[in-house]
Design a protein around this ligand. Structure first.
Ligand SMILES: *[C@@H]1O[C@H](CO)[C@@H](O)[C@H](O)[C@H]1NC(C)=O
Ligand SMILES: *[C@@H]1O[C@H](CO)[C@@H](O)[C@H](O)[C@H]1NC(C)=O
Length: 147
């Protein structure tokens, strides 16, 4: 019985492991949330950004930044400005705990991204977008996705 309980426990852990989104699955979710309309940037920009920030891993916690802040979830939302992780000061612009950006349901991550792009930096707030997506031909990121 103990063995069975342990096996079930491991299964539970496995099922709850990092959800890595499929490219088109993510694209559809972002489209349905109207992130393109709200942000003024195409879905391909956001799929590219998420790929280079988190490799589509909704549970990713980034390594501590030099200034000790950390980045959370599929969009690697920063704890200094947008969420609270209980360490150090935060502007907490999205009024959220950082851990809330680590589950498989990325609805709240998308809502926070909508808030982040409203700032003057816009989508340039994401270093990965500036380095890998800006000015690139992004059509491959949504290619073959029924949006
Ligand atoms: C800390 O570093 C992160 C990542 O480099 C950056 O996004 C954030 O704005 C920085 N915070 C401050 C207060 O400089
Ligand atoms: C972008 O790349 C796709 C194929 O990857 C190509 O069909 C398209 O013509 C390219 N667009 C531009 C503007 O270069």
């Amino acid at each position: 019985m103990k063995v069975l309980a342990f096996t079930l426990f491991c299964l539970f852990i496995a099922v709850n492991e990092a959800k890595v989104y499929e490219r088109c699955e993510l694209a559809r979710k972002l489209k349905n949330s109207k992130l393109d309309v709200v942000s003024g940037h195409s879905i391909a920009n956001w799929v590219c950004l998420a790929y280079y920030e988190s490799r589509f891993n909704s549970r990713l916690v980034g390594p501590p930044n030099r200034n000790k802040s950390q980045d959370y979830g599929i969009f690697q939302i920063n704890s200094r400005w947008w969420c609270s992780n209980g360490k150090g000061t935060t502007a907490n612009g999205c009024r959220s705990s950082c851990s809330a950006f680590l589950d498989d349901d990325i609805t709240n991550d998308i809502e926070c991204a909508k808030r982040i792009v409203k700032d003057p930096n816009g989508i340039s707030a994401w270093v990965a977008w500036r380095n890998y997506c800006r000015g690139k031909n992004l059509s491959k990121w949504t290619q073959g996705c029924r949006l």
